[in-house]
Design a protein around this ligand. Sequence first.
Ligand code: IPM
Ligand code: MN
Length: 372
Amino acid sequence: MYKVASIGGDGIGPEILATGIQVLDAAGEKFGFDIDWTDYDIGADRYLKTGELISEDELKELSGFPAIYFGAIGDERVKPGILEKGILLALRFYFDQYVNLRPIKLLKGVDTPLANKKPEDIDFVVVRENTEDFYVGIGARAKAGKQRDELSVVRDLYNVKFGIDVETDADELAYQIGVLSRQGSKRVMEYAFDLARSRDKKLTSVDKANVLTDVYGLWREVFEETAKGYPDVKTEYNFVDAVTMWFVKNPEWFDVVVTPNMFGDIITDLGAMIQGGLGLAPGGNINPKGTSMFEPIHGSAPKYKGKNVANPLATIWAGALLLDTLGEKEAADAIVSSIERSITSGSVTKDMGGSLSTSDVGDWIAKDVLNG
Ligand code: IPM
Ligand code: MN
C-alpha cells in the first residue's frame, strides 16, 4: 500500500489529474499494489477565498507521503508569481526536491517538428537542478529617492565600476542573484551520473561557464570532480546557447543532460517541443530520501477548464514516473507502453488529431493497462 497525496490545482489540473489517478489505480490492480489517495484542496480558488496558499500544517502532513501527484497551477485572477512561488516552488523547496527529472522521449506515432527524426533519435533525460541558481529568491528592486538599503549588495559595484551612486543617480534598479553550492551541485550531478550509468553512459553538463564564471565555474569544477567517481560514464560540456542548437540538429547525441535550474527550465520547454509538445512532457521533482512530486510540465490552460478536452497524456506519463520512483518499474513501463498504444491507435484528444475527451483517454489507457 502506497500513500500518495494529490493536488489538482487550477484550470485543467483537477480533470487531468483524475485521469492520471484512474490509470495508476488500474496499474495497481494489474501489478498487485494499492494506492491510498489523499486529496488536498490547494490552488487559486482557495487562495482567493481565504488568502491562504499552503499552510505549515499541510506541509508537515505532506511530508508523511513518499509522493505527491500534482495537476497544474496558474489562474488569470491572481498576479503572476504568487501561485507559482507560493505553491509550486514552495513545495519543491520545502521538500528539498533537488532533482527535476524531465524525460525527452519521442513516443511512437508522435509528430515532431524535427524533420527526419525518429523515436530512436529522440530519447534522453534532462536532470535539472531544482533548488538553487536564480530560483533562490534573493533580489531587490528600488526607485531613486526611496529607501535603498535592499540595494546594498550592488551599491559598491555601481559606485566603483560605473561611478553611479545608487542612492541618487539611477532612477530604478533591480537585481536577482543566482546561488550555487558545492553540495547542491554535487548531489544532483551524482543523481545524473547514476542515471547515465543505467542508460547509455553518457552525461552532458550544460552551463554558461564562459561568462558567468563564478557561479558556473563552480558548477563545472564540481562536475569534473564528480566525474572522477564515474570513469565508465563519458562526459562532455555544452554551453546553454549551443545546446539549444544541438537539441534541434542532433538530439540523438544526448543521453543524460545535467544543468542548473534556470537553464534547465528553458531547455526543457525546447525538449518538450521536440518530443511532440507540452501535452506530452512529464516531470518529476525528486528528493530520493523524502517526498517527491510528479506533474505535467505544462500549465493550467484556464480556457479549457471543465471542458473535458485537455490532453491528459503528460499527466499520465508523470504518474508513470511516480510509480517508477516508488519502485514499481514494471507498472511504470506498462503505462508508457499504453500511452504509446493510445497514440498509435489514434485514441487521443483533438490537439493530437483524435476525437476523444480527456476522460475517454483516461478510460482507454486504464483499460489497456489492465489488458496489456
Ligand atoms: C516549470 C515551470 C515553473 C518553473 C514555474 C511555473 C514556476 O515553468 O516547472 O518548468 O519555472 O520551474
Ligand atoms: Mn518551465
